[in-house]
Design a protein around this ligand. Sequence first.
Ligand code: BG6
Length: 488
Amino acid sequence: APAPPCTFVIFGGTGDLTRRLLMPALYNLARAGLLDPDFRVIGVGRSAMSDAAWRDGLDRDIRSFAADPSAEFHAERIDERSWGWLQDRLHYLQGDIGTPEFFAALADRLTGNVVFYLAIPASAFGPAIDRLGDAGLLREAPGVFRRVVIEKPFGEDLASACALNRRILAVAPERQFFRIDHFLGKESVQAIMALRFANVMFEAALHRDYVDHVEITAAETIGVEQRGSFYEPTGALRDMVPNHLFQLLCMVAMEPPESAAAEAARDERMRLLRSIRPVTPQNAARGQYAAGAVAGLPVPGYRQEVEVAPDSRTETYAALVLDIDNRRWAGVPFFLRTGKRLGARRTEIAVHFRRPPADPFSSLAFAGTAPNTLRFQIDPEHRLALGFSARAPGAAMRLQAAEAAYQAPDAEAEGSDVGYEALLYGCMRGDATLFQRGDIIEASWAVVDPLLRAWSEGTPERYAAGSDGPASADALFARSGRGRRAVG
Ligand code: BG6
């Protein structure tokens, strides 16, 4: 069913996020018939531009992305009817979101349901929300919603996240805020909930009685690209762990929610995060990429990148071992790692099961069973893979490792969907399942806060671009009793 009619106001209307992700996602929703005829967009930007000029620019963008295999959005052809339908609803408003006058002008153009999308730098979130409040733009009436979508990063540590929550919740209640974590927009991440809670067999095995350890990996081959000024004060831990990796952790480790209601799933995520022991430097390792080669091509080290200090101490790799103090997971280590400029792109959750308690085949020539694994593969492949031991062919009884896999049909894997469709649609429908709640963000920062403080000093170990990351991460996992499989 189409989402209710609304005006979608984008602060940062001429920015990269709008061009590369939001417009293609809105186009996909239009194509799927999920937008109301009274839907419209107001793009807000600083430069003077007519509606037509804004539309023309977006039109050029979507066509060039469609044809560019490295863009998030691909399409063999644009569905002209849907794109035309959306273009007719695109309006541009020039203004400076730093001034109250602009908000007064905006208020004149708005009635009914509104989603304000803050595609602006994080330092502007608080001030923009204050001004929306002052202008009366967040006042809801019966049957009329006013919602604010907040991009990441939400805070840079526990104290700043708490302060931002306090600030915005003084303006409007929690239910009006939709904090983005784009990992929740990935169909392959949402698929984990379906697999776990719509079946019995996976769920039964995801328990300390059967699981030896869990690995959560987000390995990237890209470097810091043109984002040096953002990345320098951020680093891999802040950029990826309490947000994206914790979403994956919650998906695989939370208890079943009692219903499909947004708060049911969010309460379970919250409960899980609260049972994670805060991480200390003894349970973590960090690295920074040095020059090396990725896919056979030489690449510079992090310190040589644009807008990066030549003596930077920012980590581009982080590894953590987490302990979860609850009945299901006590004693099962969760290994989390993420890094840039590694040998291969791979985002996945790998559950490693225990060996059978007794092994009747231990005397066979090809002795021993392969350990059982369950892999939720997120990127680049969207796939569920089960690893187990099976009988090998031949007259003699022997064992061999086997794999069974399921590849879900998925518009995002094909590249037509950009991963924001479910998020935007959910927000317009008032479904917050795929968004971060304020207290969940605070609980996430609380887990990594001791480590953030410890890592404000010292220097990360260097690793060669294209490698598996720093040796200290291997040592960390070995110390915790388990070897680390290579990333490649
Ligand atoms: C972003 C980070 O939030 O997520 C980037 O800021 C990172 O540094 C990206 O590359 C990873 O997302 P994905 O969807 O490409 O795995």
